[in-house]
Design a protein around this ligand. Structure first.
Ligand code: PLP
Length: 460
């Protein structure tokens, strides 16, 4: 592709993106496709000769876009909605253009230092200690895996050389995200060694049960290694009592990791800063700007106040990666599994600067207000019930009736193409989840979703 062709097709691609971002609601949220549909439509082998870019772009529009689930749609209320804001999209284009690999400071001085600066900015927005060490990973699952690895090394320093002993135990709540258990599996700690602490009526970890579990394990000769608390659980956005949990971690000397992947973002608004109460005492914490902070997937911010432990867990510097600056600069490859590193901080920098904290805070507080308004309307409706407290922007609810009736209701609502809701199971019952988080969503989109739910329930 010549520079002139690049310019031409670049303009074409940006025009397409601008149109798409103006009207994502022109598409059904869920594409009307079946598994294998695209596979059958694509040639089995890549072309021997290059194809005209026009054909490739046309196929993108005609074959790929029809198979896309539109997370940009303002009616996307499933899972945790995300936002790839326009400034973030442009940063992705520029980051791909630079194609910088920031594995070492030397291979990406600006990428390394922008990562340090933007992550410190984010700490400030969240009201967390400014001196924590931050590093960007792809996802919260990866961040939590690194927390577990650091916690393990902290509990048993010989792990690095000798491998992990079989008696290290991880504590989290029964509502924690599956990435905690998956991390323990991946690190060879074993599912057997993950304790899922019971939760209270509001789905928050019970500190008393945590304390008992630790004591029982110690009495049985096992070694408690890491506690993972959650600020904003996946099913309900419940917020574990981190101050009490931190006190237990301190008394027992156990590493405390906080999974604030979604919920931590709320702290950008002053009146929700309390969601991170106690987190300043954590050993590590993850928050995902790619969830609720307008940053395109993927960007997970991982923080620790013990970077030396993380480094001890992962640093391995072969001769060919040694540099003259290593005593004066951060080489991020020493703090995690990946060597090669995308220039992710650029998009966070663009987003934070383009919106500013006040606008971001306004968006988040507005979304939380809509969720509360919706929860109140649902609670007041005779045919529905709210299934969990809604402290943030997610409402869990169900129609009075059987699980099967609620499953059918969800299918009917999602078949509209206007919205996507997801589900979870709480205390054994099937529950619908309506998660507000897309920055393109407006109050009337939430109201429209609720009216579709009522209509679908009435049409039974
Ligand atoms: C509380 C929580 N933690 C972790 C994750 C995993 O996030 P990721 O997809 O970035 O690995 C999720 C995903 O929704 C989540 O809700």
């Amino acid at each position: 592709m010549t520079p002139e062709e690049f310019r031409r097709w670049g303009h074409e691609a940006v025009d397409w993106a601008a149109d798409y971002l103006s009207y994502p609601e022109h598409y059904p949220v869920l594409p009307p496709v079946e598994p294998g549909g695209l596979l059958a439509a694509l040639p089995e082998n890549a072309p021997e000769e290059g194809e005209p870019f026009e054909t490739i772009l046309a196929d993108f529009q005609n074959r790929i876009v029809p198979g896309i689930t539109h997370w940009n749609h303002p009616g996307f209320f499933g899972y945790f909605s995300v936002t790839g804001s326009p400034p973030g999209v442009l940063a992705e284009l520029l980051a791909a253009t630079l194609n910088n690999n920031g594995m070492l400071w030397k291979t990406g001085p600006a990428a390394t230092e922008l990562e340090q600066r933007t992550l410190a900015w984010l700490l400030n927005w969240l009201g967390l200690p400014r001196d924590w060490f931050g590093i960007i990973f792809d996802t919260a699952s990866t961040s939590t895996l690194h927390a577990l690895a650091a916690a393990r090394l902290h509990a048993h320093p010989a792990t690095r050389v000798d491998g992990a002993p079989p008696d290290l135990v991880v504590y989290t709540s029964e509502q924690a995200h599956s990435s905690v258990e998956k991390g323990a599996i991946a690190l060879g700690m074993g599912q057997r060694n993950v304790r899922k602490i019971p939760t209270d009526d509001a789905f928050r970890m019970q500190p008393g049960s945590l304390r008992e579990a630790i004591a029982a394990d110690r009495a049985a000769g096992l070694r408690p290694c890491c506690i993972v608390a959650t600020v904003g659980t996946t099913s309900t956005t419940s917020i574990d009592p981190v101050p009490e949990i931190a006190a237990i971690a301190r008394e027992t000397g156990i590493w405390l990791h906080v999974d604030a992947a979604y919920g931590g973002a709320a702290a950008v608004a002053e009146e929700y800063r309390h969601v991170l109460d106690g987190c300043e005492q954590a050993d590590s914490l993850v928050v995902n700007p790619h969830k609720w902070l307008g940053t395109p997937v993927d960007l997970s911010a991982f923080y620790t106040r013990r970077p030396e432990v993380l480094r001890e867990a992962f640093s391995l510097l072969p001769d060919y990666l040694r540099t003259a600056e290593e005593d004066r600069a951060v080489n991020f490859m020493e703090y995690g599994v990946p060597l090669g590193r995308r220039f992710r901080s650029l998009k966070l920098w663009f987003v934070m600067r383009a919106y500013g904290r006040k606008t971001v805070a306004d968006i988040l507080r507005q979304q939380i207000a809509w969720a509360r308004e919706l929860a109140a309307e649902i609670a007041a409706h005779p045919d529905f019930e709210v299934s969990a407290p809604a402290p943030l922007s997610l409402v869990c609810f169900r129609m009075r009736g059987s699980d099967d009736a609620n499953r059918a209701l969800l299918d009917r609502v999602n078949a509209s193409g206007d919205v996507l809701l997801s589900h979870t199971v709480l205390r054994g019952r099937f529950v619908l989840r309506l998660a507000i988080g897309n920055w393109a969503t407006r109050r009337n989109d939430v109201q429209h979703a609720w009216s579709l739910v009522r209509q679908a329930a009435a049409a039974r």
